[in-house]
Design a protein around this ligand. Structure first.
Ligand code: ADP
Length: 405
């Protein structure tokens, strides 16, 4: 069965077409600057030897974007299928499934209503995800669609890990609680880690570090999530590219008063101008920050190094806390852009935990790429680098659900 995976953002739409009989990628691509009024683009990469296709065009809305994507998939020049009837199902990434969705689900009108209901919990993403779903429903009526939520994997957290210490009525009234995000990634890499540990999830204690532009850490017992660093929104936890991560909540009011900012402006500063960008003044991109920190002549060298130091320290703090509550860890896993590609991050984080937890990274293996065991000789805990594959999880869930129809 061929499955189309859609990740619709507010102004972008990423897609992959996978052959799920062999779990291989058939084509992938991205539409950018949708609905912005600017000239956007479609970049389509077929994996069947045909050339890459780029189109510059004003893309008015998600319907048009889906039209371009489907057109590219069936095009005689750069297409990969002869007709859309070859696409057996569509799997959508959806940010927030609230407290309702513990697994991926077949999309029907009730599911759409729930995604709408949870818009206040994912104001930037859920509306965009819905647009992607509606565009596919219009363009491919009759093709089953499945939603995979970023929050589902974290639904196994116990209440004392997800309830905030604010008046309980706000949880009851507004569903204010920890949801956690990147669930599909934490799930994928933890399942791979279980495989590397021998294949049985029962009894395992694993800590997964998804470190990319957005970062979150999760604690897993028996393969199930028991805590994670992101909260009601992806703003909580470790500092990120542009997000502050956890700070004293009083800072928001202090800043608003001192700078004469509105609530929205303050929120934007914490979401878009903070994190390693805010501290370093260099960039939100860790590659640029690492380069600036390594360049003694860079005017912001000290601040770049400070941003990295804060990030490494906070990731280590979460891992230490989770190792504490789990009663140790069989494996610590690094994934996502930085987790997969930055030996500096892995060495710095694990180095801070060596004395307390007897965990070490092998300095040579730490520079290997791909799925790799980088555990040092004397280490009591395994350290793995596992490239994440959220699309594969969405495609597998979609296949499983559609095959039962
Ligand atoms: P997103 O959250 O957008 O999916 P990614 O998981 O792709 O993010 O991670 C992007 C981050 O990973 C960027 O900050 C990028 O600089 C960082 N990154 C990618 N490759 C490297 C590398 N070789 N060294 C350090 N950082 C890297």
């Amino acid at each position: 069965m061929k499955i189309l995976i859609i990740n619709a953002g507010s102004s972008s739409l990423k897609y992959q077409l996978m052959d799920m009989d062999t779990e291989t990628l058939i084509a992938k691509g991205i539409c950018e600057r949708i609905g912005t009024g600017e000239v956007g683009m479609l970049k389509h990469t077929p994996k069947n030897g045909k050339p890459e296709y780029m189109l510059d065009a004003v893309i008015a809305d998600h319907d048009q974007a889906i039209g371009l994507v489907l057109g590219a998939l069936v095009s005689p020049d750069h297409g990969v299928v002869s007709s859309l009837s070859e696409v057996g199902a569509v799997g959508h990434r959806v940010l927030n499934g609230g407290p309702k969705f513990e697994t991926s689900v077949l999309i029907n009108s009730d599911v759409i209503k729930s995604i709408e209901e949870f818009i206040p919990l994912g104001p930037l993403h859920n509306p965009a995800n819905l647009k992607g779903i509606e565009a596919c429903q219009k363009a491919m009526p009759g093709t089953p669609q499945v939603a995979t939520f970023d929050t589902s994997f974290h639904q196994t957290m116990p209440d004392y890990a997800y309830i905030y210490a604010i008046p309980y009525e706000y949880y009851e009234k507004y569903n204010i609680r920890r949801y956690g995000f990147h669930g599909t990634s934490h799930r994928y890499v933890s399942e791979e880690a279980v495989r590397l540990l021998g294949g049985r999830a029962a009894g395992t204690k694993i800590i997964t570090c998804h470190c990319g532009n957005g970062s979150s850490i999760a604690a897993l017992r028996d393969g199930r999530c028991v805590d994670t660093s992101m909260g009601l929104t992806p703003l909580e936890g470790v500092p990120m590219g542009t997000r502050s991560g956890s700070i004293d909540p009083a800072i928001a009011e202090f800043l608003a008063n001192s700078e004469g900012l509105t609530r929205k402006e303050t929120y934007d500063i914490l979401n878009k101008k903070s994190g390693v960008l805010g501290v370093s003044g260099v960039s939100s991109d860790f590659r640029s920050i690492e380069a600036a920190a390594a360049d003694a002549a860079h005017p912001l060298q000290r601040r770049a190094q400070l941003a990295l130091d804060i990030f490494y320290y906070d990731v280590a703090k979460y891992v230490a806390a989770y190792a504490g509550i789990l009663g140790g860890a069989d494996a610590i896993v690094f994934t996502a852009g930085l987790g997969e590609n930055s030996p500096e991050l892995r060495e710095a984080v694990i180095g801070k935990l060596s004395a307390a937890f007897g965990v070490y990274v092998d300095p040579q293996k730490n520079f290997t790429r791909g799925t790799v065991d980088i555990t040092g000789d004397a280490s009591k805990t395994k350290v793995f680098v596992i490239p994440t594959n959220e699309e594969l999880v969405i495609a597998r869930d979609t296949k499983e659900i559609v095959e039962k129809l």
